[in-house]
Design a protein around this ligand. Structure first.
Ligand code: SAM
Length: 429
C-alpha cells in the first residue's frame, strides 16, 4: 500500500543550509573574548533558544566550553537561571567572565590603573630597578621568548593586584588569550606545535600592546552586553563532571543546548593541549592541567568491547571498526560509555516536556563514519521516553574545527573529518 502525502510523516533528519549562517559575524556581544576548540556558533544557540525555549525559564549546557549557549541565554529575556558545567578550568573562567556583567566605567578605571602600573614596572625592570617573578613551568622557554616571558609576568602580577574578583577575572581572560597569541605556537591550531625555526626568528610580538588590544576589545563588548543582558537571569557555572551526580536539583531544567566533546581529545580536538599554556600561566597545578583530556569523556579506553549500552547503531559501528583495529574500537566505545552516564544525569535533572538539543560531529575512525546523532538518540530512548523532533544537518563554514585529521593515526595519512554537524532535538515525554 502506498502512503498518501497526508499519511506520510515529514522527514525528521535533513540537510538544512539555513543553519549554516555562512557569512554571519560570530563574535558579537561577548562571544569574541577567547578562542576555544569546537566552539558552537552563537547563531545556532540563538535559533535553538527561539525555536524551543520561548516559554522555558531554566537552561543548562552540560558541556559548556567557553559558554556560547549560556551567553545567548543571558541575552534572552525569558530565562531566570542558566547552568553551565565543565571539567576544564579554562572553560569555567571564560564562561564565567563572558556572562558576568561589569559596569564599563569600573573597567575603564581599572584598565587605566593596570596599564599605568605595567608601564612603570616595565621601565623599572628594563633599568634593573625591579625584579619580576616569572612562572616556573616546564618548557616555558620553549614556548615563549625571554622578553615575552618578562612582559607576561609583569601583566599578570598587576592583574593579581586587582581586588574585585570579577574585574580581575575579566582581565585574566584577556591575558590568557594574549598568552596564546604571543607564544611560539603555530597559529590557529588547537594542538601544541611550535613555529618553524624561520618563523621563530622574526617572531617578536609586542606583548603589552597585544594585551591592551584584547582588553580594549573585550571592554567595548562588555559595554554593549552590560546594557543588553537580562539581569534576572542568574548564571551558575559549575566545576563538575556531567557523568556524575551534579548539584543540579532533579526535574529542574527545561531546556538543554549543548555541543558535547567529539570523543577524540587524543587525536583531533585536544582541549587539554589547547588550554595548557594559558592555565600554566594562571598558576593551575600541573596535575590539573595535564589531566584535562584524561578526565574528558572517553579519556580512558575501556578494557573490552562488551557493553550494555542500548544502541544497535553503536554496536554495528564498533563491529566495523573492530574488524580493522580493536583498540580504536575500544577508544570509541569508552566515549559512549561515558556519554551514557551523562544521559542518566541529564534524564534526572530535566523536567517532562524539556527540549534537549545536541550539536554533534559524526567523526570518522578507520574509514567508518560514526553516526553520533543516531547513537545519542538511541541512548536516550533505550531506557526512557524521549520523542525525536528533528535532526538538522548543517555545514560548518565558520566553526574553528580542524577539517583534516589522521583517522588511521599514521602521520600524513589525512582524511576529511568533519565538514558537517548534526543538530539533534529530542523532547522528554
Ligand atoms: C565541544 S566543547 C563545548 C564548546 C562550547 N559549546 C563552546 O561554544 O565553547 C565540549 C566541552 O565538554 C567539556 N567536557 C568534557 N568532558 C566533560 C565532562 N565529563 N563533564 C563536563 N564537561 C566535559 C570539555 O572540557 C569541553 O569544554
Amino acid at each position: 500500500m502506498q502512503l498518501t502525502g497526508l499519511q506520510m510523516e515529514a522527514p525528521k533528519k535533513f540537510k538544512d543550509e539555513s543553519w549554516d549562517f555562512r557569512y554571519e559575524f560570530t563574535k558579537y556581544s561577548n562571544h569574541g573574548y577567547h578562542t576555544y576548540p569546537a566552539m558552537m556558533i552563537p547563531q545556532v544557540a540563538r535559533r535553538l533558544i527561539r525555536m524551543y525555549g520561548g516559554d522555558k525559564t531554566i537552561i543548562l549546557d552540560p558541556f559548556m566550553g567557553s559558554g556560547t549557549a549560556l551567553l545567548e541565554a543571558k541575552l534572552h529575556k525569558n530565562f531566570t537561571k542558566a547552568y553551565g558545567i565543565d571539567i576544564n578550568p579554562l572553560a569555567l573562567l571564560i564562561a564565567n567572565v563572558k556572562t558576568t556583567p561589569i559596569n564599563p566605567v569600573t573597567l575603564k578605571v581599572e584598565y587605566a590603573k593596570l596599564i599605568s602600573r605595567c608601564d612603570t614596572d616595565k621601565k623599572m625592570v628594563n633599568f634593573k630597578e625591579k625584579e619580576i617573578q616569572k612562572p616556573d613551568f616546564s618548557n616555558i622557554d620553549f614556548w615563549f621568548k625571554p622578553q615575552v616571558i618578562t612582559d607576561l609576568a609583569i601583566i599578570k602580577e598587576n592583574i593579581n593586584r586587582i581586588e574585585d574578583l570579577n574585574v580581575k577575572n575579566f582581565f585574566l581572560v584577556a591575558f590568557s588569550e594574549t598568552v596564546r597569541n604571543v607564544s611560539n605556537t603555530r597559529n590557529r591550531e588547537f594542538k601544541l606545535y611550535r613555529m618553524s625555526p624561520d618563523k621563530l626568528k622574526t617572531h617578536n610580538p609586542n606583548t603589552l600592546e597585544e594585551f591592551k588590544d584584547r582588553a580594549l576589545k573585550n571592554m567595548s563588548s562588555m559595554a554593549d552586553f552590560f546594557k543588553e543582558q537580562n539581569p534576572n537571569c542568574d548564571v551558575k557555572i559549575l566545576a563538575e563532571d556531567t557523568r556524575n551526580l551534579t548539584s543540579l536539583p532533579a526535574n529542574s531544567v527545561d531546556l538543554i543546548i549543548t555541543s558535547p566533546p567529539y570523543g577524540d581529545s587524543g587525536t583531533t580536538v585536544a582541549y587539554g593541549q589547547f588550554s595548557r599554556l594559558g592555565l600554566q600561566w594562571l598558576d593551575y597545578d600541573r596535575d590539573t592541567v595535564l589531566n584535562i583530556d584524561r578526565v574528558s569523556l572517553g579519556g580512558v579506553p575501556t578494557k573490552t568491547l562488551e557493553n550494555e549500552l542500548g544502541s544497535p547503531t553503536l554496536k554495528e559501528t564498533l563491529h566495523r571498526i573492530a574488524l580493522q583495529d580493536s583498540k580504536r574500537a575500544r577508544d570509541v566505545l569508552s566515549f559512549y560509555v561515558d556519554f551514557d552516564k551523562c544521559v542518566q544525569e541529564l534524564h534526572r535533572v530535566t523536567k517532562k516536556g524539556a527540549f534537549l538539543c545536541f550539536v554533534v560531529g559524526n567523526r570518522t575512525v578507520k574509514g567508518v563514519q560514526i553516526p553520533t546523532d543516531e547513537i545519542i538518540l538511541e541512548l536516550f530512548q533505550a531506557k526512557n521516553h524521549y520523542k525525536h523532533h528533528n535532526t538538522f544537518i548543517r555545514n560548518i563554514p565558520n566553526k574553528r574545527m580542524p577539517k583534516l585529521n589522521s583517522p588511521t593515526n599514521i602521520s600524513g595519512n589525512h582524511a576529511v573529518t568533519m565538514n558537517e554537524e548534526w543538530i539533534v532535538i529530542i523532547e522528554k515525554e
